[in-house]
Design a protein around this ligand. Structure first.
Ligand code: RIB
Ligand code: CA
Length: 302
């Protein structure tokens, strides 16, 4: 199988960092055409700097484009308490290069227009950039093979009782993606709760090699474990999306119906997921297989 052309939109972010490194280590599955960045876990200045630094760290030749620094309609609110003020849990990386020319929404549209095969859009942050692209040129949805999103929850949220952070950060943007007509696959909190980093799993990951990228990834994960108490481990949200592209056999999936609430305030960002058609819900994860994949791939990087 030829690798599928992919754009990753992210808000690095400790788990985004691991997801980007995993994507760089899967060239047989992922032809990474561009990385676009939004404000999310931390402000755009930090998320952009982090995406550039991670791309340079891995020696990946992928253009990184700045995008939205705020949601479509709401107010920007960070998740610094989880990811640290710098977005990487305090793990300092050598600076990367300069961002590529072009705003995220424009690059996403250009890549969709130019693609010689359907593009996969991977969203692991607030959906603002993808929404701006598709709202301004809706016909481009026909050129999308799959939109894979880390977003939402069937049950309790993680930023409010009702909402998961990416959905809550820009629910109007998520609604645009859910309604654009392209196939949408959802990686929700229920899925990522099966991919928990524990001290034992971190130790096993660290033993997979001695390359710089693996070491940085383990340092970032150690920093995540050190924030707050995680008796069951820290859910590794965003890398689950990349693992779906590399090893779909690690997952079970089923069709579902999904909608996102934009109001009232206490329900803003709630995703109502139930039986039906319209989207694919990733349900089960082979967690041991996931962490084995992570170790095998990250140890392949420099
Ligand atoms: O709720 C988890 C999601 O929000 C992850 O993508 C994390 O990086 C944050 O963006
Ligand atoms: Ca993210």
């Amino acid at each position: 199988m030829a690798p599928r052309p992919v754009i990753i939109d992210c808000d690095p972010g400790t788990d985004d960092a691991i997801a980007l490194l995993l994507a760089f280590a899967a060239p047989e599955a992922i032809d990474l055409r561009a990385i676009t960045v939004a404000g999310g876990n931390v402000g755009l200045a930090h998320t952009l700097r982090n995406a550039l630094a991670l791309t340079a760290l891995a020696g990946a030749r992928v253009p990184v484009h700045a995008g939205a620094d705020r949601p479509l309609l709401g107010r920007y609110v960070s998740a610094e308490a989880v990811h640290g003020a710098d977005g990487l849990g305090g793990i300092a990386l050598p600076p990367g290069g300069a961002p590529a020319m072009g705003l995220a929404m424009d690059v996403i549209r250009a890549e969709l227009r130019a693609a010689d095969m359907p593009l996969t859009l991977v969203g692991i942050g607030p959906a603002t950039n993808f929404a701006l692209a598709l709202a301004s040129e809706p016909a481009l949805a026909a050129r999308i093979g799959e939109i894979v999103l880390m977003t939402g929850a069937a049950g309790a949220g993680n930023v409010t009782p009702a909402a998961e952070f990416n959905a809550w950060s820009d629910p109007e943007a998520l609604a645009i993606l859910l309604g654009c007509g392209a196939p949408v696959s959802l990686v929700t909190l229920e899925l990522t709760a099966q991919a928990r980093v524990t001290p034992a799993r971190l130790a096993a990951l660290s033993a997979c090699g001695d390359g710089l990228c693996l070491r940085v990834a383990c340092d970032i994960l150690a920093a995540s474990l050190a924030v707050g108490a995680h008796p069951a481990g820290v859910p590794l949200h965003d890398p689950c999306v990349i693992a779906w592209l590399i090893a779909p056999g690690l997952f079970s999936a089923e069709s579902c119906a999904v909608a996102v609430d934009c109001a009232p305030p206490e329900m803003r960002g709630r995703t109502r997921i139930g039986p039906g058609e319209g989207a694919k819900l990733l349900r089960r994860l082979d967690a041991d297989g996931f962490f084995a994949l992570l170790g095998a791939r990250l140890s392949m990087l420099v």
